[in-house]
Design a protein around this ligand. Structure first.
Ligand code: ADP
Ligand code: 5GP
Length: 217
């Protein structure tokens, strides 16, 4: 996939990971990124948790039972997998590998455990961003305005937030989601710059060789 006839735009896709404590704005920012950016697709995870109202099987997740999940783990079909809040989650391997080799980026909404596993398996392909809320009060307000969870569930998410936060330093980038538009601009900037990294640009060596030849002629 190249935007330039000279091959300078050819590249290997990257794995763009967004993680955050629940309610910090990761889903909102992911949605904006998918809407406003080409060349990136969302990884659809498998999960054993029950479907929430409004969720679509195959779009938000592939909803599967624990027996099927265990078979996928056994057969090596998951790139990473982890238990989160009493349920199991995992990333199907095949769609990710197909995307990367065709020069497409893949966006992941996964937790710190999954991010660690991806980094161990494919450090060069992973770009990870941790999203922070501006304050605890803002986080709580956002969990309430999302209006998806009971007060009890929100209390649980707030008390887990501090544990999730403790993994911030394992990420390549940290974005504080104060103003949504500012946070989004930062995330786009990270993606743009990472796409330009020499190591991912598979067309460069051919281009430079041709340039050398022109110079020697
Ligand atoms: P997460 O996916 O991290 O759990 P969401 O993206 O669902 O979080 O965001 C939680 C709530 O906070 C949503 O109602 C969303 O509209 C709101 N929100 C997200 N970012 C901001 C922001 N910068 N300022 C105010 N509200 C925000
Ligand atoms: P939810 O059940 O609210 O959709 O997601 C709960 C948590 O699981 C979120 O922090 C989300 O990032 C994480 N998660 C979703 N899919 C995966 C996955 O495939 N792997 C891992 N490790 N975490 C995931």
């Amino acid at each position: 996939m190249s935007h330039h006839r000279d091959g300078t735009g050819d590249r290997r896709g990257l794995m763009f990971v967004l993680s955050s404590p629940s309610g910090a704005g990761k889903s909102t920012l992911s949605r904006m990124l998918m809407e406003h950016t080409s060349g990136i697709r969302m990884s659809v995870s498998v999960t054993t948790r029950p479907m929430r109202p409004g969720e679509v099987d195959g779009q938000h997740y592939h909803f599967i039972d624990k027996a099927k999940f265990d078979v996928m783990v056994r057969d090596g079909e998951l790139l990473e997998h982890a238990p989160v809040f009493d349920n199991h989650y995992g990333t199907p391997r095949a769609p990710v590998e197909a995307a990367l080799t065709s020069g497409q980026d893949v966006l992941f909404d996964i937790d710190w455990q999954g991010t660690q596993q991806l980094r161990e398996k494919a450090r060069a392909d992973v770009v990870s961003v941790f999203i922070l809320p501006p304050s605890a009060a803002d986080l709580e307000k956002r969990l309430h305005t999302r209006a998806q969870d009971s007060d009890e569930v929100i209390r649980g998410r707030m008390s887990r937030a501090s544990h999730e936060l403790s993994h911030w330093a394992e990420y390549d980038y940290v974005v504080v989601n104060h103003e949504l538009d500012v946070a989004f601009a930062e995330i786009r900037t990270i993606l743009r710059a990472e796409r330009l990294k020499r190591e991912r640009r598979t067309g460069l060596s051919t281009f430079v060789r041709a340039l050398q030849k022109q110079l020697e002629a």
